[in-house]
Design a protein. Structure first.
Length: 400
């Protein structure tokens, strides 16, 4: 599977190809995250390697498709079993340049500095040639030694900024339709109403005091419908790309028609954004400052869901709660952790809805490790990218 001699060399060369030939915005931070992901997955499984790298190195659905093509060309180049012509990257062990005039010695010029490293001179910050070692260090240590980037657009540190716009009329109407279709049954409590199934003798007698003791107007009691509570968990990792905008629009739209909503953002950690979403639902544009661990970083769905259950589950999750997870399912965490968290959410809530933006991609199948682990506990699987999709979702949702 590896065109070059060692795993760090292959990872470095592949990231260099994505950056130079396909315009991916990758730096040392992304390279380090990719190395750490490869350190915890099964390297013998090509699908695991592909899914893990796609989640970290891709930033949108378009770049995910480009990633798959580049992955096939790089790691499975053809019957010859050699990298494509002009492919930058560390030399293979059996193709080191030599002076013996053999074919292996003529594979690359000795002075080709770019062939020894995955980073161009301007990205390496003038650090010069970087030689990858064939022994000693771990994958993570090797990745850190590759180079020091002068700019990483998706660095894991710092803060991320979000802009929440007021809800549009189409989104609000679709959210109202969703709320109308979610029937959780009738409440056990009897409440006063103009019409009802039970005669309210006490209130009728009190009303008769205004008419000299004549009971002219009957009072009734009725059981009202229970309104559902919404919990939205929005994946803000890099792999979501532009799909995070419809996810935030959905949250603001639901908050505009009900106050029984809690919204959280997560990437590798969890952060509540309920108050900001409610202000946007009230008609004000809101700028949100989030930690990079909650927006724009890697993806650790299982740990984030466990954090939600531990810190907020007892207060926000019950038999009248609809949990909505908006994520592409590209997870680099442990599947067992995600599976346990999904099982607990399914057990405690009225339903678990998973909205995956990749579902709108032709030929998509939920075969990533994250989706496979979560699949048995999902009650509704769909996607929402516009008000029409939300209307469709309102016809699909079924609650327990």
């Amino acid at each position: 599977m590896y065109p070059f001699g060692d795993l760090p060399g292959n990872l470095a060369a592949f990231c260099g190809q994505l950056r130079r030939q396909h315009g991916f915005r990758l730096g040392a931070g992304e390279l380090r995250d990719a190395a750490r992901a490869l350190d915890v997955i099964e390297l013998a499984d090509e699908r695991h390697v592909r899914d893990a790298l796609r989640a970290i190195l891709s930033s949108s659905r378009d770049t995910a498709l480009t990633f798959d093509e580049a992955f096939d060309k790089f790691f499975f180049p053809g019957p010859e079993g050699v990298p494509q012509t002009g492919m930058p990257g560390p030399a293979r062990r059996d193709q080191r340049p030599g002076t013996d005039g053999t074919e292996e010695g003529r594979q690359r010029p000795v002075g080709d500095r770019h062939a020894e490293t995955d980073l161009d001179e301007d990205v390496a910050g003038g650090a010069g040639q970087v030689v990858m070692g064939d022994d000693a260090a771990t994958v993570d240590e090797q990745a850190v030694r590759i180079a020091r980037a002068t700019y990483s657009p998706f660095a894991a540190e710092g803060r991320a900024s979000l802009h929440l716009s007021p809800v549009q009329a189409e989104w609000r109407e679709a959210a109202r339709a969703l709320l109308r279709r979610l029937h959780l049954g009738l409440s056990r409590r009897w409440r006063p109403g103009r019409r009802g199934r039970r005669f309210d003798l006490r209130r009728t007698w009190r009303a008769s005091l205004q008419t000299g003791g004549e009971a002219l107007t009957a009072r009734w009691l009725r059981r009202v419908r229970r309104s559902p509570r919404f919990v939205l968990l929005i994946d803000g990792s890099r792999s979501m790309g532009r799909a995070d905008t419809p996810a935030l629009d959905l949250a603001v739209a639901i908050a505009s028609v009900t106050t029984r909503i809690e919204v959280f953002a997560f990437s590798t950690a969890l952060q509540a954004i309920t108050n900001q979403v409610r202000r946007a639902a009230a008609g004000r544009a809101v700028d949100v400052e989030l930690a990079r661990e909650a927006w724009g970083g890697g993806t650790n769905i299982g740990a984030s869901l466990q954090s939600f259950l531990r810190r907020h589950g007892e207060r926000h999750v019950g038999r009248d709660t609809l949990v909505m997870i908006l994520s592409d399912g590209l997870d680099v965490g442990e599947p067992d952790i995600l599976r346990a968290a999904m099982r607990e959410l399914h057990r405690q809530s009225a339903g678990v809805v998973w909205l995956n933006p990749l579902l709108e991609t032709p030929g998509f199948e939920p075969t990533s490790r994250g989706m496979v682990a979560a699949w048995p506990f999902i009650t509704t699987f769909s996607s929402v990218s516009n008000p029409t999709g939300l209307n469709r979702l309102s016809r699909l949702i079924r609650l327990r």
